[in-house]
Design a binder for this molecule. Sequence first.
Ligand SMILES: [Zn+2]
Length: 336
Amino acid sequence: MSRAVLVAGLAVVLAMSAGQANADNAPSYAPLTIPLQLDQVPGKPIYYSVGNPGVPGKDNEGNTSNAGLVVTSDGVAVFDALGTPSLGWALLQEIRKITDKPVRYVIASHYHADHIYGLQAFKDHSGALIVAQERAGEYKENEETADEKADQRLDQRRGVLFPWVDDKTRVVPPDITFKERKTIVLGDRRLTLLSAGPAHSSSDMMMMVEPDGVLFAGDIVQNSRIPFMNSDDVSTTHWLAALSEVEKLQPKFIVPGHGKPSTEAAKAIAFTRDYIQYVRDAMTGAVQNWTDFDTAYARTDWSKYKDMPAFANNNRGNAYRIYLELEQAQFNGDKP
Ligand SMILES: [Zn+2]
């Protein structure tokens, strides 16, 4: 083999190991017409993109959730992969503009379509390992789960998000899962992954980046907006425990799963915790006194929350789930 061929071969291997696109391995994902934009956490090697507020559709090309990344001395960790393979690919290209370090991990806040369809681009065009809470493994394309129904959701997105979601779009399972807590030390950064589900979904988790104090919260911390917790197997007990764990880490900056990132992480955490606690307190009395849900809901003073975004959509369902959760806890507690 000539030296020129060896050198050329080495260059190809290097380019591939860095996950770089070239003419030969460029994928056929439908291009976006609205470019993906990354912002930087002030003074930190940490970046994020902010999704549009609406539901996934042609107007926003499926870009409705947030994603982020941490550039360390030993590679990149990505948090969430966005809602289409095209968006995942765009995120990978934006990362390439910032650093040529390899993408080591893509961490999924939870397995819901708007956060995971972009995993395909990372799986096929980088060496990244996909990390998620263990229950993410239940989310399979051809199976029904108690949570979001993966097959129905994919069909729906192939309709409303074509051509960005098409016949080649698939659900990529996690490579590494954890149950309660996992620490990843990557170069000069420590990533603490904390399970917080089942809450908004069965596999919710949050990621704390240290020493920067940046929290990627997924969909379970919301600020001045009523969170969605009307999922079949919601556990506010587990959710509250995760919030107090993360509060102890004293985050300085928060990137939520949707909506604007903020320096007021403590405020957002306190808002979410106070809301859950308020609903639990209201429903606890009802469950203890055998009051039916409709009566308990009507008797509760909701004035503190009723003018907040998503109250009309989410509050009653949330209260009902919490009522059922507390009723179940009481039932279990009553057993001899
Ligand atoms: Zn979401």
